[in-house]
Design a protein around this ligand. Structure first.
Ligand code: URA
Length: 238
């Protein structure tokens, strides 16, 4: 069951506020009866009209995109840069769940389900995000131990993280590692590595909960599988 104004707004008929006005003005019917109560809940089996027009509820869609570098994760950009919405079917007014930086690649979820997006974005949620990091210099044991224990960014200590698969490439004087975190503060991974003296050169999110890039090429998208969606919801709530 959903609030009537939400169902109307999500159909694309008008904004939620406008829908509230229309309900209060007696312009909305549910199963043939005029409804003026704002809190009224309806299901998708109910027939809703506004000003005599039938409201077609918008179905939820959930995509995973292998975001390439060079795209912003917002729905539009004031600098005119390409956005991730240029890479997915956009008939359902979807938007990204959280953000990846312009120069970061990897797993990005997109949906038109606000409840799901909020659940994933909630600071309490417990979905692992795994990144492949390429950085300048040699990542020493005590530095990775420090990152795992927590470092201070913006006056807050980061939560426990896992650092694994550390390798050093002598010729280029760069290190690679995987880091698994549950938070998603602004530029979190880059800033964490900065605190231990390593500038991140490239960053790729290789996993979001159970969702990976397996079988996908940069720029490609696919629908989330039902079991992936179920597990993400389950992890976020556990
Ligand atoms: N951390 C970052 O610094 N950037 C991202 O895009 C994601 C996590």
């Amino acid at each position: 069951m959903e609030r009537l104004q939400k169902v109307i707004a999500r159909s694309g008929y008008c904004s939620r506020r406008k829908a509230e006005e229309l309900i209060a003005a007696g312009k909305v019917t549910v199963n043939g009866d005029t409804v003026t109560l704002l809190g009224t809940k309806v299901s998708y089996a109910d027939t809703v009209t506004v000003n005599g027009t039938l409201i077609e509820p918008e179905e939820f869609v959930y995509y995973v995109l292998y975001k390439p570098e060079g795209y912003v994760s917002t729905t539009d950009d004031d600098k005119g840069r390409k956005t991730v919405l240029d890479l997915v079917p956009n008939e359902k007014r979807i938007y990204p769940v959280g953000r990846l930086d312009y120069d970061t690649s990897g797993v990005l979820l997109l949906t038109n389900d606000g409840t799901f997006a909020n659940l994933m974005a909630s600071p309490k949620h417990k979905v692992d995000k795994e990144y492949l990091v390429k950085m300048k210099g040699f990542l020493r044991k005590h530095e990775s131990a420090q990152l795992a224990k927590g470092v201070v960014i913006d006056g807050h200590k980061t939560r426990r993280a896992v650092i694994k698969n550390v390798t050093y490439h002598k010729q280029t004087e760069t290190s690679f590692c995987h880091i698994i975190i549950r938070e998603g503060k602004y530029h979190q991974v880059k800033r964490m590595f900065e605190t231990v003296g390593h500038e991140v050169i490239t960053l790729k999110r290789v996993r979001y909960g159970v969702v990976t890039l397996d079988g996908m090429k940069k720029g490609e998208h696919r629908l989330l599988k039902p079991h992936e969606l179920k597990q993400l919801r389950h992890m976020a709530n556990s």
